[in-house]
Design a binder for this molecule. Structure first.
Ligand SMILES: Cc1cc2nc3c(=O)[nH]c(=O)nc-3n(C[C@H](O)[C@H](O)[C@H](O)COP(=O)(O)O)c2cc1C
Length: 170
């Protein structure tokens, strides 16, 4: 049987081999400021109704804000948005102020959470369930508004940001 330390280390290494897209989960702070958190543990869950899941650590500021507001935005980043991904992956105490130009409204008429401007796709969600799983919570969100844009995805692989390269093309 492996020790907890060696499982933990290999767990991180194993999952670093899993290439993902990069998203930012947005929430609204009590004063109305938009808050963001870079996230790769997200997935599509159901089409009817349209449900997604996001996995958020209990320690994250975003965790309390999702619980309080019952809403979040999810933006799938473009390959030219590495700076935004790094900004929202930095602890909120040290990341500095968010450039308001990076925030956009998804739908004027709906109470949806703002999202990241220039994302290749973005959606506004209402939390319909929250499941505790170890030191994280799996929030299920129903998609209330959605926008699909153009562009190439930002990719996270082996603890680095990069772009998608189709080596099998041709
Ligand atoms: C590529 C990448 C993906 C991440 N994915 C997640 C995730 O899915 N869930 C999570 O809780 N933290 C994730 N993080 C860590 C958070 O982005 C980071 O802890 C952030 O500072 C949390 O912000 P907050 O405390 O303001 O919510 C990820 C970080 C990186 C660099």
């Amino acid at each position: 049987m492996q020790t907890t330390e060696s499982i933990n280390e290999q767990y991180r290494d194993a999952w670093s081999r899993f290439a993902t897209g990069v998203t930012v989960i947005t929430t609204i702070e009590p004063g109305g400021t938009v808050h963001g958190m870079t996230a790769s543990s997200v997935a599509s869950v159901s089409l009817n109704p349209p449900l997604i899941l996001v996995v958020v650590g209990h320690e994250r500021q975003s965790h309390g804000q999702i619980e309080k507001t019952g809403r979040f935005g999810l933006s799938i980043l473009d390959s030219n948005q590495t700076g935004i991904a790094k900004h929202f992956a930095t602890p909120p105490e040290t990341r500095g102020r968010t450039d308001p130009l990076h925030i956009a409204n998804l739908a004027e008429a709906l109470p949806t959470t703002p999202v990241i401007a220039g994302a290749i796709a973005a959606m506004g969600c209402r939390v319909t369930a929250a499941h505790q799983a170890g030191d994280h919570t799996v929030f299920i969100g129903e998609v209330e508004a959605i926008r699909v844009g153009d562009g190439e995805p930002l990719v996270w692989f082996q603890r680095q940001f990069g772009g998608f390269t189709d080596r099998n093309a041709g």
